[in-house]
Design a protein around this ligand. Structure first.
Ligand code: SAM
Length: 228
């Protein structure tokens, strides 16, 4: 493989590792051509290291958000809950975090950690595809990290979400920007212009859209607010 070829392949692996963290720890990756590619232990170590670095960047970028003590936050598509636990620490004992998922097995992982670490201000929530089903109508902030592109009916989802938001409640979307090299409408990307239109149609006010690079990927961060 040429240096350029191997650089390209490494980039693909890194991109893969950001989107599929669990899979990145598996030594076999299926390429787009459907061939199975063996990854050496050293490459795996590098991928995991870069993935952890990316996560650190996510943490700091998320904490640029105005997250403070006493807030009530909902996270949609919380995965294994890494961010939700950080948020729970941030909002303190008088705040609360609801970690929503449609995948029950992920909520079980979150629940086990809640019990083992005796966390009292974090609640797992089983949602439906078009409705987060948060058990509160006073959420100050709802966050979705790498989840927007999974939503089957974002217009319906965000219209339903309004019932859980407090007056002037905020929604923050962080998703890979479709408008970048390799951006694929069928892949793990979404178009910030379309996302913006979805929110406006559902009655939200767009506050700002920022862009940030994490490793080789460009993400957009859309801030919207809901006024009853
Ligand atoms: C790429 S993962 C991101 C997980 C986590 N936010 C993170 O950044 O590590 C996408 C997650 O969204 C969840 N998901 C997909 N559609 C959803 C929906 N309609 N409501 C709630 N969660 C959803 C999936 O089960 C999956 O755990």
């Amino acid at each position: 493989m040429t240096t350029l070829g191997s650089l390209f392949f490494s980039s693909l692996l890194l991109i893969f590792s950001v989107f599929y963290p669990d899979s990145s720890r598996t030594p076999n990756v299926h390429s787009h051509e459907g061939q199975s590619t063996h990854i050496s232990e050293d490459s795996l170590k590098l991928i995991n290291q870069r993935y952890d670095e990316a996560w650190m960047q996510w943490r700091s970028s998320l904490f640029d958000l105005d997250i403070h003590q006493d807030m009530i936050i909902g996270e949609v598509g919380a995965g294994n809950g890494e961010l939700a636990f950080l948020l729970a620490k941030r909002v303190g004992p008088d705040g609360h975090v609801y970690a929503n998922e449609i995948d029950l097995s992920k909520l079980e992982i979150i629940q086990e950690r809640i019990v083992s670490e005796r966390i009292e201000n974090l609640t797992p929530v089983l949602g439906q595809q078009n409705d987060a089903l948060f058990p509160s109508s006073k959420l100050d902030l709802v966050i979705l990290v790498e989840v927007y592109h999974h939503l089957e009916n974002p217009g319906i989802f965000f219209k339903n979400l309004t019932q859980y938001l407090s007056d002037n409640g905020k929604v923050v979307i962080i998703d890979p920007d479709l408008n970048q090299p390799g951006g694929d409408p069928e892949g793990c990307y979404s178009d910030p212009t379309k996302t913006r239109a979805v929110f406006e149609k559902a009655g939200y006010e767009i506050q700002q859209v920022d862009y940030r690079n994490v490793l080789d990927l460009k993400f957009y961060i859309l801030h919207a607010s809901w006024n009853k």
